[in-house]
Design a protein around this ligand. Structure first.
Ligand code: ASP
Length: 347
């Protein structure tokens, strides 16, 4: 009899025990997949003042910024990666002679185009860069193949071009990049440096002489991954062989899922000295600064040294920040909650 009671007891306990997991299952909160995403871009900082633009010229810039933003946003919306979004956005601006990247890049001292670009994956800290390239239609695409298909991080000059061609990146004749506007600007700048002055034909020419015009983008995709990229022709009338901050990871570009993604524009030499984009990430990680505070602190450091420019950034929660110490910066962002902004001037 005792045994029967014991067996009944054991049986009941087992029955209750078996029921428990089901009960527990009901209580499990199913984690919704992350769906928020965001993208931010810049098209260079500098003397960008409302009075330098006609309505039509301002519209042309705004339309192109919007087109570039839409290209990257569509990638994110369709579950694409942040890297892909950054690349697509930058490609639109590299195609546009309005900006100092790809077609319409500025000219060096010898009247030649020498372009730099870099891209970084915030998930893996993997990155790729090219510098001093003169024939690559989309230098950001070359940076991407260096990252994805080589064991290196940074290639320059002819070697970078040979590698890019091997990997199927499109090359162009050097003439493709050169526009009459840039030739005129170079002539004027060189005359100015020689003590001669050539009058500006239009107010917008004055603006272009003094702005930097690099392009950059940072994106956060639906999987919570951040990527950042920057592409540029560098500085007008730069010394041949000069490399700026844009292709230097940690200076002009940085991305880390733990903190943020950053792309810079301005006098590259100062952004290199301050390791500007990496400094923003460090200030967030080790000093608990928020994104905007970290950007402002870093631009402050640059300003103290005599440099100017700006930055765009995006943190791992999708917060967006930008800041510059110039008259203006071409900039735009869009978030998955519907927020969209396109700005050019100081507010
Ligand atoms: N930072 C770039 C460079 O120094 C220029 C720019 O931002 O327009 O090459």
């Amino acid at each position: 009899m005792k045994n029967h009671f014991f067996l009944l007891f054991v049986f009941t306990v087992l029955l209750i025990g078996c029921k428990e997991p089901n009960k527990a299952k009901k209580d499990v909160v199913v984690q919704k997949p992350k769906t928020s995403f965001a993208i931010v871009l810049h098209g260079g900082a500098g003397s960008i003042k409302k009075s330098y633009f006609t309505d039509a010229q301002e519209k042309a810039y705004r339309d192109k910024l919007s087109e570039a933003l839409d290209a990257g946003y569509a990638v994110l919306q369709n579950n694409g990666s942040a890297l892909e979004a950054v690349q697509k956005t930058i490609n639109v601006m590299e195609n546009a002679p309005l900006f100092n990247a790809g077609k319409g890049a500025v000219l060096n001292n010898l009247g030649k185009v020498e372009m730099d670009a870099s891209i970084m994956d915030g998930k893996t800290l993997n990155c790729g860069a090219v510098a001093g390239v003169s024939h690559i239609k989309h230098p950001i695409n070359a940076a991407r193949v260096v990252m994805d298909s080589s064991r290196h991080v940074f290639l320059y000059g002819d070697g970078a071009e040979v590698f890019a061609r091997e990997k199927g990146v499109q090359l162009m004749d050097a003439q493709y990049f050169i526009t009459p506007k840039r030739q005129e600007q170079l002539k004027r700048l060189q005359a100015k440096e020689a003590g001669k002055k050539i009058a500006y034909k239009m107010a917008i020419d004055k603006m272009k002489d003094h702005k930097y015009g690099t392009v950059g983008c940072v994106a956060l995709d639906k999987n919570g991954n951040i990527a950042a990229g920057t592409s540029t022709g560098g500085l007008m009338n730069k010394k041949y062989g000069r490399i700026g901050d844009s292709p230097i990871v940690g200076a002009g570009t940085y991305a880390n899922n733990q903190t943020c993604g950053i792309s810079c524009t301005g006098t590259g030499e100062y952004f290199i000295r301050t390791l500007a984009s990496h400094s923003v990430s460090d200030l967030m990680q080790y000093k608990n600064k928020n994104l905007l505070e970290a950007i402002k602190t870093t631009i402050g450091k640059i300003q103290k040294l005599g440099g100017d420019g700006g930055m765009i950034g995006l943190d791992n929660k999708g917060n967006i920040a930008w800041y510059f110490n110039t008259d203006g910066m071409f900039r735009a962002y869009q978030k998955s909650n519907g927020e969209k902004k396109i700005e050019m001037f100081k507010n």
